[in-house]
Design a protein. Sequence first.
Lengths: 83, 613
Amino acid sequence: MNQTNNKDTFFQDGAADMNTSEMIYAYHFDTLREMRALLSQRLQTKMTDEEIFEAVKTAFRNKSAAGTATGPSGDIVDYIYEM
Amino acid sequence: MYILGISALYHDSAAALIQDGQIISAAQEERFTRVKMDKTIPHNAIRYCLKEAGIDAAELDAVVYYDDPALTLHRYTSNIKAAADDTEDLIRFSFDSIFKQKLWIERLLRNSMGRLGKEDKLYVTRHHLSHAASAFYPSPFDKAAVLTIDGVGEWDTTTIGYGSGNDLTLLKKLEYPHSLGLLYSAFTYFCGFRVNFGDYKLMGLAPYGEPVYADLIREKLIHIKPDGSFRLGLEYFDFQYGRAMTNEAFAQLFGGERRLPEGRITKREMDMAASVQAVTEEVVMKLAKTAKALTGADKLVMAGGVALNCVANGRLLKSGLFDDIWVQPAAGDAGGALGAALAFYHLHIRGERPMRADGRDLQQGSFLGPAYSGEEIRAYLDKEEIPYHHFSSHSHLMDHIAEMLDDQKVIGVFAGRMEYGPRALGHRSIIADPRSEYMQSRLNLSIKYRESFRPFAPAVLQERSADYFDLPQSKCDLPYMLICADVLDREDLGFDMREKLSRDNDMLAIVNRKRSGIPAVTHVDYSARVQTVDQETNPFFHSIIKAFEKKTGCGVVINTSFNVRGEPIVCSPEDAYHCFMNTEMDILVLQDCVLYKDEQPQLQKRRDRYEPD
């Protein structure tokens, strides 16, 4: 196979983002701005705030299907785009 | 303190209710809606769990969802970013899935329940933490290594952890797209079975084949390190960016296009099944060794869809690597509901962990679903004017069932609380005599309407399990049908099975060949997916087998789930009656009522109601 790895393992340590006390939290947002804050907070070890929403915009705005899709409270992409 | 756990929106939605760490109730939504692997918000299962405790949603101390939508969003967006431009289907699917549903789980659940407990809040936990908690906390072990393996949850596909008392720590992980569950599912798909529905069919097919492709799989499809960690050869798969599991490169590796669903099963599919099963067992064994090395534990607990691979589990138990292993009976996503509630109770609340003084688990035989009283059953039968015979004497009922089994009748059994998890364990089961070499094909073709090659499981009196199966006396408590063991009393087939398959491709001739004293539950490799039945946990079913033993000397019956192909296991007396009437089943036992097929009125058959799985 093409993907070879000379390390002895492919395991990742269950360090920072696998702290069990941080794995459980109250999931809540009322507004899309709060949703953005929640996602940013949850993903901070993975991506920066800007990266998250650049990723969302890139994924769902720049590709054609997203423009017609709507969530329970309206066109989510437009909301995110405006934030 | 009441905590409700919920799994939903992936596959096999479920709800589970615990009180101070003890399991009160748990059920899968599919049983109520009659939609197999229903993934919608489990309104019915939630309602049932609350009713069982006699509380309403506002009285719950917490409501916990088993998966973190934020991390799932991150995986979806990362996937789409990395995809090529012509992935409109993927985008549409991802957008609908995450933005219309998963991110809004709090709102969807509040709409369903009215109020999310006393705090009106939804807590979420991690997918693999839910699996790990579902495996460790109900287990009988104070300390254990924890292994979770599935397709994917958020980013994770495999974790190794350690549980001690009410602590649970995840130590190592593997991330998507490198997934043992998805590798297995790719072969399920390529061999013409439905992903998430047919993985156990592939496992059942494996003994007919030879692992001739195992080296090819190791060379091209999965790079396995000595510690069991792995990476997939992604150039052969389509699950990341397409809607199929495999691509053209994968097909070329195995000599052409995939088998179409319902197509003829050839030696290639048998050998592919044997090969991926061999590789899966190798990975599971290596992961278990790493878990042992990391934790020093002498017990192992497991969950995640791959933990339903009872052949791998049996090999692990037999290896002696751990003194004992315990697998969550609802090892797939349905079990995540229970795990979420338990994780919250132990890790967030820091509640005290209940343990049984007799050393048994807290799963209660997995009989955690709805029950119907004798009065309710008779009221239903009377209202529908269905002919039945009521047995007021339990011993007479048991003797009668034993006599009918000995007379080669196929019997539907409905009693007590419904099972939580994919296996029927005697409360929603179809049972028959395992001594007949023709019973396997009769059950498959005339009762279950499924493929002739598929094996049936034995339910054996726990006290007699070592008489029939290669199990050490200390490991004879296997109530959940999650471990394969070898049958002891073997008879030679009289021909070379694989040579015959190559020549005639006649699986039925092999299935109908007597190969042990209990041929209907002996697979072609002399293995069996054993369920031990004990008096304390499963008294009704134990009484049936005991009566059968008294009459015939045989302490084993066939136990298969009470449903037809594509149908969820029956939940209510009405479901049971309709399944009974739409198959060639001879007798239906609804607790203390017995119904004979030849006394029933004509009922329009509804066999096409369920899509084949």
